[in-house]
Design a protein around this ligand. Structure first.
Ligand code: TRP
Length: 479
């Protein structure tokens, strides 16, 4: 291997987070993003509330945390981009270098996710000037709806905001992630948190707080479908940034002495807290204004402006909120593309700047699919189902390009990546290596091992099969 190709990766290996705290912040910066504030409330609304939330929380605890530990552990031990890391680790434990495919899958998944993520982050960007000009002051629910509808129906406007967000992301990535990123998250995360608390006070004032809470926390299992379980699981991966090597790359900068278990639990807890707070803000506003919880991807863009438009200092808080949402999305988007960047630099021997420009252009192009799926191509949908003599198993129904990309990445690629991580860390990596990395007491180690060996893989597999209707199918045959 020529030297120039490896310089950066070795530099990366030597580079380390300044402290355990900064790693936790950066991983939290990656985890906390649109997934918590935009996606969690809207998919909770689409899936009927409490029961979905409960399954999601269970997935975070039983699958998310153990797999996060596994992914960080692999990253720290491998110390490179995800593809190289997996190849090196496979060699170390005497397995096939085909494990590099896991890294590949991640590079592609991150690329696809960023293509639509940046369009949604573009909506948040667009809301910053709209908020600060007081466009929402005194509007009722219908009028706010119309403003949102106007934004997404205009492909040019969406394209401009999408472009701006891609430029912001690639700008930071081109300069190297560490310097700016650590600082940004240190200040921005606590601020975002504070604003959510202020919004909760507003939500309490709506008079429908109780109703919002019971929607979020009172499980009604009759509302759960197999697709709902699949999205709860997919979202656990999405929200914790798992299954595609982002946290693996971050883990590669982690000092040896840091406890992976404690860091993972801290990140997962903060991430979950932000999502639940967002839900506690949004649903009371939904119910107080007779809005539809299942309104889909536009949910927070319709509810929050309503709150801000009708509270004192709403223009100020509203502007601030969408700025912070953009920052939350920013610290996440960087981690979505970082695996692709480190990998391309090494493979094509390009500088970080060139790589960022090229990948930025490619992601931007790909993102146009999502841009148009909300307007010009909104009628272009696909439906997939497996039909057998025992019935029809719906996989996708009237999915736009955006729905399809989201489904493919969150519900299939991330759980698949997570499954492979769990299998590698649990079954193939030598136990002495994993024990050496995790350094937790033997009881906790056995619990972790049990979770990554059996529980996490089995759950992923069962949910997959179930979503494909295969379980129902088999049950039918047996009866
Ligand atoms: N977790 C982020 C969010 O919730 C999105 C994200 C960043 C992500 N990096 C990732 C999702 C890696 C999957 C994989 O908004």
């Amino acid at each position: 291997m020529p030297d120039s190709a490896s310089v950066d990766t070795y530099a990366v290996k030597k580079e380390q987070w300044s402290s355990r705290f900064t790693f936790i912040l950066a991983a939290t910066g990656s985890a906390v993003g649109l997934g918590n504030i935009w996606k969690f409330p809207y998919i909770t609304g689409e899936n009927g509330g409490g029961a979905f939330v409960l399954i999601y929380l269970f997935c975070i605890a039983a699958i998310g945390i153990p797999i996060m530990m596994a992914e960080i552990m692999l990253g720290r031990r491998g110390g490179h981009d995800p593809v190289t890391t997996m190849k090196l680790l496979a060699k170390e434990s005497g397995h096939s270098s085909s494990w590099g495919i896991l890294g590949w899958l991640g590079v592609i998944a991150g690329f696809l996710i960023l293509s639509y993520y940046s369009v949604i982050a573009g909506w948040a960007l667009a809301y910053v000037p709209m908020m600060s000009l007081g466009n929402f002051s005194g509007l009722d629910a219908q009028e706010v709806n119309a403003v949102f509808g106007e934004l997404v129906s205009n492909p040019i406007t969406l394209m401009i905001w999408h472009s701006l967000f891609i430029i912001m992301t690639m700008f930071v990535v081109a300069r190297g992630v560490r310097g700016g990123l650590e600082k940004a998250v240190t200040y921005l995360m606590p601020l975002l948190f504070m604003l959510l608390i202020i919004l909760i006070l507003y939500a309490i004032g709506t008079g429908a707080f109780q109703q919002g809470l019971s929607y979020l926390f009172n499980p009604d299992f009759s509302k759960i479908t197999t697709e709902g379980v699949l999205s709860a699981m997919g979202h656990a991966f999405f929200t914790l940034s798992l299954g595609m090597g982002a946290i693996m790359v971050y883990g590669s900068y982690l000092p040896k002495k840091t406890s992976i278990a404690q860091a993972s639990i801290a990140v997962a807890m903060m991430d979950t807290l932000v999502a639940l707070l967002a839900g506690m803000v949004i649903f009371p506003i939904v119910f107080a204004n007779g809005l539809e919880p299942g309104a889909g991807p536009g949910l927070i863009f319709k509810t929050l402006p309503l709150a801000f438009g009708n509270m004192s200092y709403g223009t100020l808080f509203g502007t601030l909120f969408f700025i912070l949402l953009v920052f939350a999305a920013w610290t996440s988007s960087i981690s979505l593309i970082e695996p692709a960047v480190t990998w391309s630099m090494k493979t094509f021997q390009l500088s970080r700047i060139k790589t960022s420009v090229i990948l930025g252009l490619l992601v931007w192009l790909m993102g146009l699919m999502t841009v148009f799926s909300f307007n010009l191509a909104s009628d272009f949908t696909i439906s997939t189902s497996i039909s057998t003599q025992y019935g029809e198993f719906v996989i996708l129904k009237d999915a736009t390009a955006f729905d399809f990309l989201d489904y493919l990445t969150s519900n299939i690629m991330l759980p698949l990546g997570g499954l492979m991580i769990a299998i590698y860390a649990g079954w193939l990596m030598k136990k002495e290596f994993s024990a050496e990395e995790l350094k937790i007491n033997p009881l906790w180690f056995s619990i972790w091992l049990f979770l990554v060996r059996y529980i996490a893989p089995l759950m992923v597999i069962i949910v997959f099969l179930n979503a494909l209707g295969i379980v129902a199918f088999v049950r039918h045959i047996i009866n």
